[in-house]
Design a protein around this ligand. Structure first.
Ligand SMILES: Cc1cc2nc3c(=O)[nH]c(=O)nc-3n(C[C@H](O)[C@H](O)[C@H](O)COP(=O)(O)O)c2cc1C
Length: 387
């Protein structure tokens, strides 16, 4: 782990560990991957304006969110089928987040019963992919509440499946179809075959989708690829209001990119939104969340606005907080860590970001993340200082 100095180092190591088709599933973006690139280049528009001669000998990045105090403003975004990257991936991610004291959002496309993951990290959040059928959503919400989970995230940017050509070329699909390319790729990574594939089969059997609905779903390996997203295309704001009535805990809507939709989320009774383009994996060409963030914060100043997509450095996190985000989530960085060294690797990814946040707070001349504001940023497409 010592040689892993940055998230980019972890990404390179993950590439060597994972079969190419699974690595492609993790890194890939939709179609031409223009949103994927924009998620990174969006940060470059903002430059820091450091303030010297400020006492930065003591620094803090502790952040309160929905009544809990976390060690850092960076948590783990929901990601499906983490068990493809590492044995017991869902619980390993949860334990990593718990160890570092940051939020972890379990994906609805996960393969470990949510009750089991919640016992590894009782404070975890759960992300649901809800179909428009209320007779299916209702029992799922009851199940999540019965597990003691207090924050429900509903992802709204996947009405239907996008096309990620890297996955099609690699013969990868969810559920997995055992294609020749998939098998050959697995054989090219013997360590993954033993530590992840074989260990999962021997100790846990074929993973199933455990949390799409209130009851156990099908296995992730099938002869044909089915659309587990069926029924979501008809989902609308009325359904969100209905979910709000059913769910007594905190409700977060993930996948918001327009200020009016942040207002719609607030009007539907949501407690927070995650500004996200799904890491560039859904609508290609969708605006980068870091670009959309300022106008969303301005539209719902009373709401908890969080953001993900493209965060790889502590400085990226500082920029988002300065633009008004309350919290940042990362997806792939944690998955790279998981692929390289399981729980220890995910902890390393989170700690790398925390270390960079701490160091750059000092260099910026702002001792506390709570004190960040636009006064520390200069927008390269505007003239003068934006304080
Ligand atoms: C492999 C992978 C699987 C994902 N699965 C889900 C999912 O099941 N539910 C969801 O809401 N978002 C999912 N996402 C999107 C992430 O929650 C998050 O929005 C995105 O990864 C953030 O971008 P980043 O990876 O650049 O940090 C997934 C992302 C990746 C990379």
């Amino acid at each position: 782990m010592k040689a892993m100095l940055s998230i980019a180092d972890l990404e390179r190591a993950a590439r060597k560990r994972l079969p190419p088709s699974i690595y492609g599933y993790v890194i890939g973006g939709a179609e031409d991957e223009s949103s994927l690139r924009a998620n990174r280049s969006g940060f470059e528009r903002w430059a820091f304006v450091p303030r010297p001669l400020v006492d930065v000998s003591k620094r803090s990045q502790e952040t309160e969110l929905f009544g809990r105090r976390y060690a850092s403003p960076v948590g783990i975004s929901p990601m499906g089928v983490t068990s493809l990257c590492r044995f017991d991936g869902d619980c390993a991610m949860a334990r990593a987040a718990r160890e570092v004291n940051v939020p972890f959002i379990l994906s609805g496309a996960s393969t470990t019963p949510l009750e089991k993951v919640a016992s590894a990290y009782p404070g975890m959040w759960f992300q649901a992919y809800v179909p428009s059928k209320r007779e299916v959503i209702g029992p799922l919400i009851q199940r999540v509440a019965a597990a003691g989970i207090e924050t429900l995230v509903v992802t709204v940017d996947v009405p239907i499946a996008s096309v990620r050509e890297i996955e099609v070329r690699n013969g990868f699909s969810v559920p997995l179809r055992l294609s020749g390319r998939l098998v050959m790729g697995g054989l090219s990574r013997p360590r993954w075959m033993v530590e992840t594939f074989a260990r999962t089969l021997v100790q846990q059997g074929i993973p199933h989708f455990e949390n799409f609905t209130a009851t156990r779903g099908g296995p992730i390996i099938t002869a044909t690829s089915g659309d587990h997203r069926a029924g979501r295309a008809a989902l609308c704001w009325d359904d969100m209001r209905w979910v709000r009535d059913q769910w007594k805990g905190k409700l977060v809507i993930k996948g918001i990119l327009h200020p009016d939709d942040a207002c719609n989320a607030r009007n539907a009774g949501a407690d927070g939104v995650i500004v996200s383009n799904h890491g560039g994996r859904q609508l290609d060409g969708a605006i980068a969340p870091i670009e959309a963030l300022p106008s969303i914060v301005a539209a719902v100043p009373d709401m908890t606005v969080m953001v993900d997509s493209g965060f790889r450095r502590g400085t990226d996190v500082l920029k988002a907080l300065a633009l008004g985000a309350r919290f940042v989530f990362v997806g792939r960085p944690a998955m790279y860590g998981l692929a390289v060294a399981g729980e220890r690797g995910a902890v390393h990814a989170l700690k790398l970001l925390q270390k960079e946040i701490d160091l750059n707070l000092a260099l910026l001349g702002c001792p506390d993340t709570a004190g960040l504001s636009k006064a520390y940023l200069h927008c390269s497409s505007a003239s003068g200082y934006s304080s």
